[in-house]
Structure formats: structure tokens, C-alpha cells
Design a protein around this ligand. Structure first.
Ligand SMILES: NC(=O)c1ccc[n+]([C@@H]2O[C@H](COP(=O)([O-])OP(=O)(O)OC[C@H]3O[C@@H](n4cnc5c(N)ncnc54)[C@H](OP(=O)(O)O)[C@@H]3O)[C@@H](O)[C@H]2O)c1
Length: 343
């Protein structure tokens, strides 16, 4: 029998991407679509990309109760707004994959520092599993609550963790320079995201310390089992989706790092370490759940590693579905594509 799911925040970019992915999933059925300012409208009025029965579904208010038969909730709400809805869903016996940052940290102090707010239910921090699937599937399988990683941390941690585990990096001198498509900032209206502000331009933001820097350092240190410092600079690019992170790394024997990465991901469906000499592009992963990784060795002590994902798929809704597949014992790749929309 299929599993009924709810999507909270269905009218946002990641919510819409979840609808698209779940519609063709063989084992999950969408039973509830939640919204906030758009509640009461039909989904098709707000989301141009859907049709048929789903388009005529009335969007539920954010405080509406979720039907009893729903077993899994995808929460695609802004951080801060997500925590209480997640707690209510858990209390009513449902499993949750939360796409927001509300349960990505293990300490209340770190959450407060990164997000500048008190957390309403820090008692759930211990239970939440950080769902960077390739490194946490043995915990995800038994989880009630999965904290889906942020898009910048996903593109950074995937290549970084194997190198940290290999003991070859200078873990105190890591620079991550990332570029994101404008959908990374969500659908809410912001002046800095107006067409004229983004088009034909490139700008850095979030300095001196973007909130994802805390997440990257916490989980690079955790998965990599050593203290890690990261200087992180994000940029917005005039494209709808896609993310490219350039990691400037130093350490020992960089000529061996390609092999370390290739070995680490040899059996992973969604992680593609490119042949030596090739670097990835956002076009190569758009629409897929893949992360493409390339490396260029620079001298005897340094290398640049470039990693690309689709911020809305491996960086959000695709990884959320990958985690949900693991939580319910389905094939991890069900409903997810390794092939990009290209050109
Ligand atoms: N965009 C990305 O690439 C990306 C990647 C990784 C993680 N994330 C995280 O995923 C979550 C959703 O991101 P998004 O880009 O999809 O955001 P979004 O496009 O801004 O959508 C936000 C959704 O939440 C609803 N909402 C807004 N304020 C709310 C509130 N106070 N209470 C309840 N619902 C509220 C909105 O409903 P209405 O439209 O009805 O107002 C909308 O459905 C965020 O936490 C984000 O940080 C996003």
C-alpha cells in the first residue's frame, strides 16, 4: 500500500519541486498541500507547473490539521516557522523531513548564533538526524525527524568529508566560494531579487558570516572527525536554479585526492566524480539529483575542488525524497533522476 504524504509550504519553490518529484513516485501519494498567504486558493492558481487533479486541490492553511492517514510530512517552510509545525506533526505520530534549518544544529547556542532567534523546541535537537544521505543513511533509516541539509552545505560537504576522513587536508584553512541561482532565496518578494537587481549581475552577500557557515563547520567537523574552520562566501547569479561551489584546499599529496574522492563515491548513485582534468557545470546537473565533483591540483600542496548541484533537487527536495525513500525502506533512487535537463 502507498504512503500518504503532506507538503507544508507547497506554494514555495522547494514545495513545488516536491510536488513534481512525488507525482511520479511509485510509493508516495500526495494527500495534503499546505500554504500560508495563499491558503484557500486552488494549487493551480498559484503554481504554474501543475495540472489535473492536483491543480484543483485547495491549499490548506498553515495551522490546519493534517489528515490522520498521512504518515510522512515534508516541511518546506521558512526557518523559524517550521519548528512548531514539525513538532505538531511528530506529536500526531507522523514522520517528518524538514527542509528548513530548524533542526540542523545540535546545540541551541549554535542555532541562536546562526539564526539570531530562540528556538521553540530545542528538545528535538538530539533526535533529529542530519540527512546528508550519503553519510547518514544508517541513522536516517530509523529516524522520525530528518533535518534536510542546506543547499550550500550539501555542495560543500559532499566533496569535503572524504578528504577530511582521508586525513589529507589542512582543516583550518578552507575557503568555500559558492554561486547560487536566485531560486535559492525562495519565492517571497525581496527587492534584492527583482529582475533588474539580479539580471546581468553577480553579487556577494551574507558576509562576514553567512548562516550556512555554522552548518558547514558543524557537520564537516562531525563527519570529518576533526575541528574544521571554513571561510564561506556566497554569491547570487542571474539564473533560476543551480549551484556551484569552489573549495580552495591545502594539505598533503593533492595528487592523491582524486582517487580518495573516486573511492569514497564509487558505489553512490548520485555522486559523480568526474575524470581527472574535467570540471563540472551547473548545466550538467540541472533537474537531476546529482552532485558532480571535479578537482584541479595546483602545485604540491594545494588543489581546487569544484562541486555542482541543482539547489532545488540535491540541495533540497531531491535529497528530501532520497531521505524519505530510506526512511520507508524504498529504493533510495525511487522517483529521482540522475539525468540532467540539458540543454
Ligand atoms: N530554495 C532553495 O534552494 C532551498 C534549498 C535548501 C533548503 N531550502 C529551505 O527550504 C525551505 C523552503 O524554501 P523555499 O525556497 O521553498 O521558500 P519559499 O519559496 O519562500 O516558500 C515558502 C513556503 O512557506 C510558506 N510560508 C511562508 N511564511 C510562512 C509562515 N510564517 N508560516 C507558514 N508557512 C509560511 C509559503 O506559503 P505562501 O506562499 O502561501 O505564503 C510557501 O509555501 C526554507 O526553509 C529554505 O531555507 C531552500
Amino acid at each position: 500500500m502507498n504512503i500518504s504524504v503532506a507538503i507544508l509550504g507547497a506554494t514555495g519553490y522547494t514545495g513545488a519541486e516536491l510536488i513534481r518529484l512525488l507525482e511520479s513516485h511509485p510509493h508516495f501519494d500526495i494527500a495534503h498541500l499546505g500554504a500560508h498567504s495563499q491558503a484557500g486558493k486552488r494549487a493551480g492558481e498559484v503554481l504554474p507547473g501543475i495540472s489535473g487533479e492536483l491543480a484543483s486541490t485547495v491549499l490548506a492553511a498553515s495551522d490546519a490539521s493534517i489528515p490522520d492517514h498521512v504518515q510522512l510530512v515534508f516541511s518546506a517552510l521558512p526557518h523559524g516557522a517550521a519548528a512548531e509545525s514539525v513538532k505538531i506533526a511528530l506529536d500526531s505520530g507522523k514522520k517528518v523531513v524538514d527542509l528548513s534549518a530548524d533542526f540542523r544544529h545540535k546545540s541551541h547556542d549554535t542555532y541562536r548564533e546562526a539564526y539570531g532567534a530562540e528556538h521553540p523546541c530545542p528538545e528535538l535537537f538530539d533526535e533529529a538526524v542530519y540527512g546528508l544521505t550519503e553519510f547518514s543513511r544508517s541513522d536516517v533509516v530509523n529516524a522520525r525527524l530528518v533535518a534536510n541539509p542546506g543547499c550550500y552545505p550539501t555542495s560543500t560537504l559532499l566533496p569535503l568529508v572524504p578528504l577530511l576522513r582521508g586525513g589529507v587536508l589542512n582543516s583550518e584553512q578552507i575557503i568555500v566560494d559558492s554561486k547560487s541561482g536566485a531560486s535559492g532565496a525562495g519565492r517571497a518578494v525581496k527587492t534584492s531579487l527583482l529582475y533588474c537587481e539580479v539580471n546581468e549581475g553577480l553579487s556577494a552577500y551574507g558576509l562576514p558570516r553567512h548562516r550556512h557557515a555554522w552548518e558547514m563547520e558543524e557537520w564537516a567537523s562531525g563527519f570529518g572527525q576533526q575541528h574544521v574552520s571554513i571561510r564561506f562566501v556566497p554569491h547570487i547569479l542571474p539564473m533560476s536554479r543551480g549551484m556551484l561551489s569552489t573549495l580552495h584546499l591545502s594539505g598533503d599529496k593533492p595528487e592523491t585526492w582524486h582517487n580518495i574522492l573516486s573511492q569514497a563515491f564509487a558505489h553512490e548513485t548520485f555522486i559523480n566524480v568526474l575524470p581527472e582534468g574535467q570540471l563540472p557545470s551547473t548545466q550538467g546537473v540541472k533537474g537531476s539529483n546529482r552532485c558532480d565533483i571535479g578537482i584541479a591540483v595546483i602545485g604540491t600542496k594545494q588543489a581546487v575542488v569544484v562541486s555542482c548541484i541543482d539547489n532545488l533537487i540535491k540541495g533540497a527536495s531531491g535529497q528530501a525524497l532520497q531521505n524519505a525513500n530510506v526512511m520507508f525502506g524504498f529504493g533510495e533512487a525511487e522517483g529521482l533522476s540522475t539525468t540532467a535537463l540539458w540543454p
